[in-house]
Design a protein around this ligand. Structure first.
Ligand SMILES: [Zn+2]
Length: 269
């Protein structure tokens, strides 16, 4: 068994526990350390993607990913959580991307449609492989959305969101909560089919695209600048309204207490 100086004590908090095997969740455990290694290396060796981590305390002090562990330390690892009530200086240096833009992994088509209906720029062109997804996310500064933790563990990826749920509505809420996007929502701004921008258009200009019955009841139309698909509140509004209601009635995350030294406190399990 590893003694205190050839191992470190590690504890993960909140949803980071989802990445661990059951016996390591919500408790401190020891990890052998045969030689000094960076805390990032240690965290990813435990299969937790670095994109999901926002605060690391070593013996109660916040450190960066490159901090070298030598044995005997206590390491506490916290997730990215907008309302984590901690001085911004102590969080890991990861400047937020100015306007959130996304790139989605395969099998996330339903989530992509929802995000576009909320007005978010979301690229989705399966079947890109992992290398292309990681590269494009980095070069275009897009937040990578995925259920594949190994994709987020690629060194080139700086901004990503691991989706814990496999349900599209719940995934949408995960993204909005995690990035605090409620104030960025712009319904009827983006085409759910192709990601193109929508613009209001005079009905006379698109007369041939409007079903005769709709023509009489609806005056306001939006058209996709790329695929020319036409949107109006009659057909598309109920579904969009449903999605908006789901996001806007979602309870904002509780304010999580900051860790205050040590690694034993457990704000929310
Ligand atoms: Zn379109």
């Amino acid at each position: 068994m590893a003694d205190e100086f050839t191992s470190v004590e590690v504890r993960f908090y909140e949803e980071l526990n989802d990445f661990l095997p059951a016996e390591r969740r919500k408790r401190a455990f020891r990890v052998p350390l045969s030689e000094p290694r960076s805390v990032k290396d240690l965290i990813e060796s435990l299969q937790v993607p670095h994109t999901e981590v926002d605060l690391i305390l070593v013996d109660g002090e916040s450190v960066g990913f490159e901090h070298l562990l030598r044995g005997g330390e206590r390491v506490a690892v916290y997730p990215v959580f907008e309302s984590l009530n901690v001085a911004s200086a102590s969080r890991l240096h990861r400047p937020p991307l100015r306007a959130p833009r996304f790139l989605a992994d395969v099998h996330l088509g339903a989530l992509v449609r929802r995000l576009r209906l909320l007005g978010f720029d979301c690229l989705y062109e399966p079947p890109w492989d992992d290398a292309i997804l990681a590269q494009r996310s980095a070069s275009e500064q897009r937040i990578l959305l995925t259920r594949d933790r190994r994709l987020l563990m690629r060194a080139v990826v700086t901004h990503g969101v691991f989706l814990h749920s496999d349900q599209p509505d719940e995934q949408m809420l995960e993204v909005v909560r995690r990035l605090d996007l409620r104030d960025e929502i712009r319904p009827l701004a983006r085409c759910s089919v192709c990601n193109g921008r929508l613009a209001e258009v005079r009905k006379e200009e698109v007369r041939e695209l409007i079903p005769p019955k709709t023509w009489h009841y609806t005056d306001v139309y939006y058209q996709c600048s790329q695929c020319r698909k036409l949107y109006w509140k009659g057909t598309h509004w109920p579904r969009l309204r449903q999605i908006l209601d789901r996001v806007l009635t979602d309870a904002p995350p509780e304010n999580v207490s900051p860790p205050t030294g040590g690694g034993d406190r457990d704000p929310a399990g």
